[in-house]
Design a protein around this ligand. Sequence first.
Ligand code: SF4
Length: 577
Amino acid sequence: MSTPNPKPHQLQVWRVNVRTRNLNLEPVPPSWEHRGGRGLVARFLLDEVPATCEPLGPYNKLIFAPGLLVGHMLSSCDRISIGGKSPLTGGAKEANAGGTTGLQMTLLGIKALVLEDVPAEPGWWVLHMSVAGARFDHADEFTGLGVYETAQKLVEKYGDKVAIALIGPGGEMKLKTAGIQNLDKEKVPSRIAARGGLGAVMATKGIKAIVFDTRGGQKPPILNPEAYKEAQKIFNKAVIDHPQSHTYRDYGTAAMVQMCQYFGSLPTRNYSSGQFEQADSISGENLRELLLKRGGVSNPTHACMPGCTIRCSNIFGGEDGKMIVSPLEFETIGLMGSNLGIGCLDDIARMNWQVNDLGVDSIDIGAALGVAAEAGLMKWGDGERALELIDEIRKGTPLGRILGSGAGYTGKILGVEHVPVTKNQAMAAYEGRAIKGTGVTYATSPQGGDHTAGLTIREKINHLDTKGQVELSRIKQINAAGYDTLGACLFAGFGFAASGPETIRDLLNARYGWSVDNNILQTLGRETLKLEREFNRRAGFTAKDDRMPEWMRHEPLPPTNAVFDVPDEELDSLFNW
Ligand code: SF4
């Protein structure tokens, strides 16, 4: 199958039917033109995916959509959004990732890649995309292999100039926690669009990997290069100068361990406490010290994509100087560390490598292991047992498939009430009882439990007070949906906030020749949330789905003894704007 792209400088929709193996290049529909990333995913879902369809069936589609700012190595703004109907939540799903996929897609002139239908016969394929079009290569040699080995072999086969999005054995098993991994700038498949089971959707299309070969491609046009350069300069300076950028460069997202410990919001032993007695040993400070001491490949500062000046990522090496995993992030430390009573970064890093290699979400698997521990399947703090349980997933045993289906299903099957999920998706490592604004986000976000949908912990407020949390979550959710639509890493938001709303306006107007105003971030965010909510409504979601788990309303969280007590009527008012 091959349809050459005659206009690689013009963004188009590439539509691949995996049954017929036809590629169609289509002009961008008018209603998609002003959207990218998460906003385009939301529009696409309403336009093309029946909301009540089976997520793993032929009517669900998978979309890859770079954000609106992707394509020019603007610092931290080349993220790829991947979306479809979620097998985990049953609702709208967008999961985004750094790395190189978004950037490379725009060099091929791809505004959106849509995979549709299911293959006529069983088998696995590598979808190869280039200026010559698309073709299906047999993937038999990669089937069953872990993500790391597959990525290495793909790079050997297709060359080191390609971007790759791929699934692991978890995806092949169609587990509901399976994500889609993307290469970072060192060709390590570490950037996972993790949430909501989109790797399982990719598996239903028979696609083990998508290779984007950009030879002969070119950067998307900028209509007013001078104005763009000026806005870029202002943004770059704001990002580089921002104190938070320095914190993340030095300590990575692991800097949040001590902040959460301070607020009593660090999930500990299946969310039964908000403080962990070994927080110091899993902190960002200890992580940095350890990596600097170990040397070798270890590095507390690393950029996941070309051009990122924040560089919050890291390379976690062992005592032998060899890499254990890259990066080791706060969410994994929280869910696979304190949440399991594990205080050893090496143990957490090894577990992280295993789930990455399986291609499953470390947040939902960490939460599932916490539930399993409460059910008596492992002792708190037992890293070896946690690795054994992860190995059950690799072997595809019944227990492994249960754990690989995420915390929600694991809790139901094991008879555990304390399951930290909303819309069946595990919450991240910020306890929503102690950080109530983030609890509001977990409850009401169309995406389900997801800190990136509207994190409130950095606000200088009393996080235990119910007052004002809905308003705060609303602001954060709108901004987050806006940044996800731009393809901007949430940490780029520090630079955008510091440089003023005119920076985003000027970048978009200069690049596309639009005349958007200073409110464009909020306009994009509101539209995106509205579309996602409408998709969920059509899928059968009601107000009762916008709730925290019942036990979090009556069980106090030590040491603050907070419960989640934001009234339902307030939650229901969040989207009244
Ligand atoms: S700040 Fe971190 S996650 Fe964001 S683009 Fe840079 S390295 Fe990637």
